[in-house]
Write a protein that binds this ligand. Structure first.
Ligand code: AMP
Ligand code: MG
Length: 406
């Protein structure tokens, strides 16, 4: 007899998943490896920036006493390239030739730009034609004083953050780590790319899909493997893996057929959270706690697997590592009709473009859960709520803008 499962709306399924995710403990990470991670502590300036008076231009440093009655001729006492210093005090009548970013000598009050200089006969002298109102000197602490906040706890590190911290010599940061994820494709029909394809079998396309998506959305994929439809072998492998990862993602085996062992495992070996969602594709998507580890069992159908990852796995990954969502939910306007009726909410793989102040959206490729020709091109999910009429061109819909396009 075919079992009847209790169904829940997709929003409830998302909530049940995130309720079972606890933020990971912060770790120390090398700055260079911490991009994309979230700071677990605020970082303050350990010294002022700049910490010495810096020249803003290539030119000549002069004393306040000489800063009048141009043109003037001064004695060039040194040349200070970037990274070098002139360790004496500059006296009236003297100048140093200085480069952008170099340390301005004590006693100097202004940099006259190179363009305002003229070579004279004596090589140790320079003629300066005119002054300018600005000093052209960046004073100590212009941008940051010691103790100023650089980055706040909760900030997600990007290229600019690494650069700011590197400018203060920071090499390690305290961050919430990437969640460790295991990806298991189940199905005796699966063959790895590169192997010959016997009749009736298919290449495993969910594995590269989920490995890439998980990495794009900030996970560390520690296992990715394929299992055949074998209850005992699947259970045994899950037992080995469960304690080692924060999240297990599986595909396949969640329907009600004879070989749908993930569905069986959810009922017999785990704490079931749900096993039927009022949505298409992916209504049999299942979530459970297997020996305390969150296990999200996605449908094997590629379209459902893609949709399920974005709706259910991404919020879990984000919560583990304390990240704000990188999948933005927006209002969209249908750019074409989608008039199928449906007993469940439907998520279409779509394309979104911003035009006249709103997101225009349209389905891309087929809406079949088994189709995957549109996966390379879908940049949003469009929700068509359950009902008899679908959504006509011009109607408003809920849209999730996907961000895994690297
Ligand atoms: P299942 O969820 O196991 O019933 O699988 C649903 C459909 O998805 C079946 O047609 C499977 O052959 C297919 N499928 C399952 N796993 C994969 C996979 N890893 N890659 C591509 N297709 C798959
Ligand atoms: Mg299967």
């Amino acid at each position: 007899m075919i079992e009847r499962r209790a169904t829940i709306p997709f929003s409830e399924a998302r909530q049940l998943i995130t309720e079972h995710v606890e933020r990971l403990q912060p770790v120390s990470a090398a700055l260079f490896l911490a991009r994309g991670m979230v700071l677990a502590e605020s970082i303050y300036a350990p010294f002022p920036s700049p910490y010495f008076r810096r020249s803003g231009y290539d030119g000549f440093a002069i004393c306040a006493e000489d800063d009048h009655d141009f043109p003037i001729t001064l004695q060039v006492v040194a040349e200070v390239p970037c990274g070098a210093t002139y360790n004496k005090r500059l006296n009236p009548g003297e100048t140093v030739r200085i480069m952008t970013g170099a340390k301005v000598p004590e006693g100097a009050s202004k940099i006259i730009m190179l363009e305002q200089s003229q070579v004279v006969e004596k090589p140790e002298e320079i003629r300066l034609i005119n002054s300018q109102p600005h000093s052209n000197i960046t004073e100590i602490g212009t941008e940051f004083q010691t103790g100023d906040l650089l980055l706040e706890k909760g900030h997600q590190l990007n290229a600019g953050s690494l650069s700011l911290l590197a400018s203060f010599g920071v090499t390690e940061v305290k961050v919430w780590p990437k969640p460790k994820v295991a990806i298991l494709s189940t199905g005796s029909e699966l063959v790895a790319a590169g192997d010959t394809l016997p009749d009736g079998k298919i290449y495993n396309s969910n594995e590269p899909l989920l490995v890439s998506l998980a990495e794009d959305y900030g996970a560390e994929v520690v296992y990715h493997e394929a299992l055949s439809d074998d209850y005992e072998a699947t259970r045994a492998r899950l037992e080995e893996i469960a304690g080692e990862v924060d999240l297990i993602l599986t595909t396949g085996g969640v329907s009600v057929g004879d070989f749908d062992f993930m569905a069986e495992i959810a009922k017999r070996e785990a704490k079931l959270l749900f096993n039927k969602i009022q949505m298409r594709p992916g209504s049999p998507t299942t979530a459970m706690l297997f020996e305390g580890t969150l296990l999200l069992a996605l449908s094997g159908n590629p379209g459902a697997c893609f949709t399920g990852f974005h709706l259910f796995a991404e919020p879990a990954l984000r919560k583990f590592s304390g990240k704000p969502s990188s999948i933005l939910e927006v209002k969209g306007i249908m750019a074409q009709d989608y008039l199928k009726n449906n007993g469940y909410d439907r998520f279409l793989r779509g394309k979104a473009y911003f035009s006249n102040g709103e997101y225009q959206v349209e389905p891309v490729g087929s809406d079949m859960s088994s189709s995957l020709g549109n996966l390379p091109f879908a940049d949003c999910l469009i929700m068509i709520p359950r009902g008899k009429v679908g959504k006509a061109k011009g109607e408003e819909v809920r849209v999730w803008l996907l961000s895994s396009k690297s």
